[in-house]
Design a protein around this ligand. Sequence first.
Ligand SMILES: Cc1ncc(COP(=O)(O)O)c(C=O)c1O
Length: 485
Amino acid sequence: MKSNKSPQEKAPIVSALQENIAKRTVSFDVPGHKQGQGNPLLRDFIGKQALQYDVNSRRDLDNLIHPTGIILEAEKLAAKAFKAGHAFFIVNGTSAGVQTMVMSVAKAGEKIIMPRNVHRSAINALILTGAIPVYVNPGIDMNLGISLGMSLKDVASAIDEHPDAKAVFVNNPTYYGVCSNLKGIVDLAHAHGMKVIVDEAHGTHYYFGKNLPMSAMAAGADMSAVSMHKTGGSLTQSSFLLIKDAKETAYVRKVLNLTHTTSGSYLLTASLDLSRKYLALNGAKLFAKVVEITEYARQEINEIDGYYAFGKELINGDTVYDFDVTKLAVYTAGIGLNGIEVYDLLRDKYDIQIEFGDLGNILAMVSIGDTIPKVERLIGALDEIRDVYGKESVMLKTQEYLHPIVRLSPEAAFYAPQKKVKFASSAGRISAEMLMAYPPGIPVLAPGEEITQAAIDTILYAKAHGSFITGVEDPTITTIKVLEV
Ligand SMILES: Cc1ncc(COP(=O)(O)O)c(C=O)c1O
C-alpha cells in the first residue's frame, strides 16, 4: 500500500545523528570535547545531549562542503519545501549567503545594481569580489524617517544607464517589512540578461505562510539568501541559500566553499533540517497565528495616543509595493521619544527585549514562538512609557537617505594607501572604511565614497542619541581612515 506520508516528514540529518549516538561509537576524531567528556564546564552549561550531537563529518554523516549523502538529501528536501532548484545549508549566517550570491554573479570590475539600504554583508561582498555598485535610491518615508523599497522606474533607469550590469540586488523585505515590486524587477532584469539576487534575511516566512509578500523563488529570482534563524525557528547563524536553476548547483557550491567553514556544525545543520520539516508541515497555520498576533498588537498600539504602528496602509504600488504584516514596527517620535530611548526603557524598566530601536521607530520581532498574552505585556509597557516618560511630540531628526557619491570601487578603496584624519573634519575626503549606525546596520558610508558633511552630521547625531556606531577601526569615531590622495 502506498504511504501518504509527506516526504517533508523526513529529517535525514537528525535521523543520522540519532542513529550515530545509538551505536555508541568510540570517537578518535575531533571535536576534542568528545561528547562533552573532556569539558565538564561546557557540558554543564549546554547539556550532554547537545554535545553528543556536536560531532565531526564522518562517512555516515556526510560532509557539508561536498555533500553526497544525508546532507545532500536534506538539501533536496529543503529545495522542495522552498520550491527552489537547490537549497544550500549555511552555518555561517545569511552574510555568507549574501556574499556567495554577489560572488556568483559578478567578478572584479563588473556592476551590480542595488539599493543603498543593503546590509553590510552586501558591501563586504563588493570588497571581496571587486564588483562595482550602481546604487538606486530607495524610496523614503519622510514622516517615519525610513528608507523603503526601490521604485521599478528607478531600477529601469539604472538598467538603461548600465546595460552591462550583471545583476540586480533586492531586499525582500527591508528590516521594516517593506517590499519592492520583486516580480516586476525580475521580469525587467531578465529581459535585459541580468540576474536577480535577493536578500531574504527577513523573509523566510514568505515560503510557508499564506497572504504574505511574494518570495524570491515564486517571483522567479535567480538566488536568495534566507535567514532561517530569524523568522524560521532554527539556531542562530543557520541559513539557506536558494537557487532557481539546479544546473548551477556545482558552481555555486564552489563559490560558497571559498569562505564556508570545513567544520560545519551538526547542531546548526540539524536545526535547519528540523525547522524546514516543521515549517513545511505546519507553516501555514503557524504564520497565520503570527499575523493574527501582529495585527492585534498593531490595532491596540494605534489606540494609544502618539504611537503609530504602521501597516499595509503604506502600500503605494511602487516603493512600498507590499508590506509584511508580521513586522511590528512602531513610530515613537509622536510621544516625544526616539526609538532608541523606548528600546532602552523597555529593556531596563520592563525586561522586554525588542529587535531594535532607531532614531524614530522601534521594531518588535514577533514569531512562531509568541502568543497574545506575551504581546499584551509589550502593549501595556508602551502605554505606560507614554504616560510616565512621554514628552511633547517633537520633530526628531530621522535617518534620511544619503545618496552616496562613489569615487572608487569598495575593493580598490579598501586596499588603497590610507591615513587617519579627524572624522568631524573629514568632509571631501574619500572613505577607506565602512561606517554605520546600528541599528539598522545599513552603511552610511562605504569604502570608496566621498565623505559628505551630511554623512558626518548623521553619524554624529546618531551617536549622540545612543546609536551604536560600527565599521571603523577607531571605536570612539574620533578618527576615520581615508585615502591618502
Ligand atoms: C537584511 C540583512 N541581510 C543579511 C543579514 C546577515 O544575516 P546573518 O546575521 O545571519 O549573517 C542581516 C542580519 O541582520 C540582515 O538584516
